[in-house]
Design a protein. Structure first.
Length: 358
């Protein structure tokens, strides 16, 4: 293997599997079986680890014989501002050394920018504030340490958290389960699954104790159950087709163009940026749409339109988190996890006038 390419680290491969937008601009990855290279946030199916090669930039990936992905278009991605990169790398260095997160003033000094200006530009470029970015990096390290360290306490302190209580307070949002259950591969998570026919075709609802964890559509039960297992590989799955009544009722209401009943809980599991996007999608009224750019702007991250699209692609709670209401800037449908035909059907049912197909 040449010096221009290398195998992924644990954290890099975790970022690739999670389509983590916070790693965009830090590296590119190529897949030897397809000879295609992508950005970490690309929503393409995660490759086998042994087939992944890491590149520092487009030029080195191209020189190694890889071609750019037609989905995430890594060759078109804007280059990161060198000043912002200095600030980001300072955060990475401090975290790697087990030190405290640099203050905004320290980051501003490193970037030769005013603190307020840095805060705004950093969020626009990376989709997260410096503080949230540092937290996301610590969580990524925590996940790695939980799987590879000798114990939960060692993992927590190895990830740079000064107090275990903070991790346990936020474990539900960060990990979707307790640190101990995550260390065991999610063995402590139980999902109750119901499958029924709806206007969207065969529909699967999976619920945890925290709420609806997945709402999937497919042509067969086998396909949907496989998709669910990909998302929750070590969870216990209990089949009960009489379950999920509230979720199916909410889906039925939305398919009829009505607001869903209040009080339905959703078990959102994702990166901080993904959860912000999914929350913004839920605020879009029926019959209205927003472009990926508009959603990015509403989050204070106007340059993160592509990252918004990636978050939509990673949404596994269909319709209830209405990513079908997110469109391209030209009014085109863009993508949809369960097929453009379903997206068009949903929007038409809400009375949205669609642009003619190209």
């Amino acid at each position: 293997m040449t010096q221009t390419q290398r195998l992924p680290t644990d954290i890099e491969f975790t970022a690739i599997r999670g389509n983590d937008t916070t790693f965009d601009g830090r590296f590119l990855y190529g897949v030897t079986s397809t000879k295609v290279f992508c950005q970490p946030s690309c929503v393409s199916r995660a490759p086998k680890r042994e087939n992944v090669r890491i590149f520092s930039d487009v030029e080195t990936a191209t020189a190694a014989g890889f071609r750019p992905c037609k989905r995430c278009r890594p060759e078109r991605a804007p280059q990161a501002d060198a000043r912002l990169e200095r600030a980001r790398l300072l955060i990475d260095r401090r975290l790697a050394a087990g030190e405290s997160t640099p203050t905004l003033v320290q980051l501003a000094k490193e970037a030769h920018m005013g603190a307020t200006h840095l805060q705004r530009r950093f969020a626009a470029a990376y989709g997260l504030s410096p503080r949230a970015y540092a937290e996301a990096q610590r969580v990524a390290t925590l996940k790695h340490e939980l799987r590879h360290s000798s114990g939960v306490s060692d993992a927590i302190y190895g990830a740079g958290f000064g107090a275990a209580s903070r991790v346990y307070e936020k474990a539900g949002r960060w990990l979707g389960m307790t640190p101990a259950d995550y260390r065991r591969g999610g063995e402590g998570l139980t999902l109750t699954v119901a499958i029924r026919r709806t206007l969207m075709g065969s529909t699967l609802v999976a619920e945890s104790t925290r709420g609806v964890a997945a709402l999937l559509f497919g042509n067969t039960e086998k396909v949907m159950l496989a998709e669910l297992r990909d998302e929750f590989p070590a969870a216990r799955i209990d089949r009960d087709d009489a379950a999920g009544k509230a979720a199916f009722a909410a889906l039925e209401a939305m398919l009829a163009g009505r607001e869903p009943p209040k009080g339905l809980r959703l078990d959102l599991r994702g990166t901080p940026f993904q959860i912000r996007v999914w929350t913004a999608l839920q605020a879009i009224p029926p019959g209205e749409t927003r472009t990926y750019q508009q959603i990015a702007q509403s989050l204070g991250a106007p340059k993160a339109a592509r990252a918004v699209g990636s978050a939509c692609g990673n949404n596994i709670i269909g319709v209830l988190v209405p990513c079908h209401r997110a469109l391209r800037s030209d009014g085109g449908l863009g993508g949809y996890r369960w097929g453009l035909e379903r997206k068009e059907k949903l929007l038409s049912g809400e009375g949205v006038a669609l642009e003619p197909a190209e």
